[in-house]
Design a protein around this ligand. Structure first.
Ligand code: NAI
Ligand code: MG
Length: 358
């Protein structure tokens, strides 16, 4: 079998996930055809609330055996709070994948696209183009802590931040490698060493230590409070921004928000060593408020397809999809209602496909 053969689990999930995933798949298939690789797409109905109502669980018992041999997971969105509480649907599916497949990198591009009005005044396409790298497994989101004397005057609550050298160095290495691969070769670290005076100075010291192996990458750091201000005031300053789980969580929502609609933003949950498949999904959720109407913006899912192909090494195909998205966004038929257009999901997907096929 050819090296450029990829086994992909396709999991649409709930709501608009089922409407936008087929548009992403159409671009994937077209990319395979045009760039000469092959895809083995395995479609699954689990990780959805309908599956839960039928089976009493979000995933089949052998989900690890089903998904582990895959090269990647192409995911839509999960959640339908009227049918299944979010903590059950999310923890029973997506968070299982992230955790058990050690997807310790959460990666989100922040890029101002043509045809998408930025909430930041005076910014044009090309002005904003950076990546947020979030540590996805430890840090502030630990299970270490507890409550004592609950409900009394003596009530005490503690939750510890857990940072390991293993976990910190590997996310930093990923971020430095990414910065090295880009023209600007610039890494920004989110810190708070003035206030969080134990873990954050240590984080800074790991940035210095790991950074010593990357003399060609310029590095700087900002405290998280002023960093959020710079995202809004000087977004052109950034190239690759790396943060702990909590800081990265904040930055990875703020970044895409600075570039317009949630409907076009992609994200990746990556296990860089490839011991497990990585998972690619749009930033948005299942949008029950517009599901079933065929009006969801498919571009977040299509951009997600491009990110997945880039991860698989199909960089030309990924770039071609991104160029097609940029071209389609500048046309009336490429814009859904969230972009003040009239296009249906299908029409917007078709607009991207048409530009992709040239
Ligand atoms: P959401 O992202 O689904 O929707 C927020 C708002 O953005 C809604 O008004 C929606 O109509 C709009 N929107 C989202 N995607 C859009 C698109 N492609 N085109 C046009 N408009 C779009 O977030 P919400 O409403 O907080 O959550 C809904 C469900 O999705 C919940 O069950 C939640 O847990 C789940 N969710 C799942 C995620 C995932 O699978 N990773 C991420 C976020 C939420
Ligand atoms: Mg978040």
């Amino acid at each position: 079998s050819s090296e450029r053969h990829y086994r992909i689990a396709v999991i649409p999930g709930d709501g608009i996930g089922r409407e936008v995933v087929p548009e992403g798949v159409r671009l994937l298939e077209a990319a395979a055809e045009r760039f000469g690789f092959t895809l083995d797409l395995r479609h699954h109905d689990f990780a959805s609330c309908d599956y839960y109502l039928q089976h009493g669980r979000m995933l089949p018992e052998d989900w690890r055996d089903i998904l582990k041999p895959m090269d990647a997971i192409f995911f839509g969105a999960v959640g339908w709070p009227d049918k299944v509480p979010d903590h059950i649907s999310l923890w029973g599916s997506l968070l299982q994948f992230r955790r058990e497949f050690d997807q310790y990198v959460n990666l989100r591009p922040v890029r101002l696209m043509p045809g998408v009005p930025s909430p930041l005044a005076g910014r044009r396409p090309g002005d904003i183009d950076f990546l947020v790298v979030r540590e996805n497994t430890e840090g502030e989101y630990s299970a270490v802590g507890g409550t004592m004397f609950p409900g009394t005057e003596r009530e005490i609550v503690i939750q510890e931040t857990v940072m390991s050298r293993h976990g910190t160095d590997r996310i930093l290495r990923f971020a430095f490698d990414l910065a090295r691969s880009r023209p600007k070769k610039h890494l920004t670290s989110a810190t708070k060493s003035n206030g969080i005076a134990i873990t954050m100075p240590w984080w800074d010291s790991r940035v210095e230590a790991v950074g010593a192996d990357y003399p060609d990458v310029r590095r700087d750091k900002y405290h998280i409070d002023i960093l959020t201000a710079h995202f809004v005031l000087n977004p052109d300053r950034f190239d690759v921004v790396v943060g702990s789980n909590l800081f990265g969580d904040i930055l990875s929502d703020l970044g895409p928000a600075c570039t317009g609609t949630i409907g076009i933003a992609p994200s990746a949950n990556i296990n860089p060593e490839g011991r497990f498949p990585s998972l690619f999904e749009p930033v948005h959720g299942s949008a029950p408020d517009i599901a079933g109407q065929g009006i969801a913006n498919p571009i977040g899912q299509i951009w997600t397809a491009a990110m997945m192909l880039e991860h698989l090494g199909e960089t030309d195909a990924a770039a071609a999809i991104l160029a097609a998205i940029e071209a389609a966004l500048q046309t009336e038929e490429g814009r859904t209602r969230d972009l003040k257009g009239q296009a249906t999901t299908r029409q917007a997907g078709e607009a991207v496909l048409a530009r992709f096929l040239g």
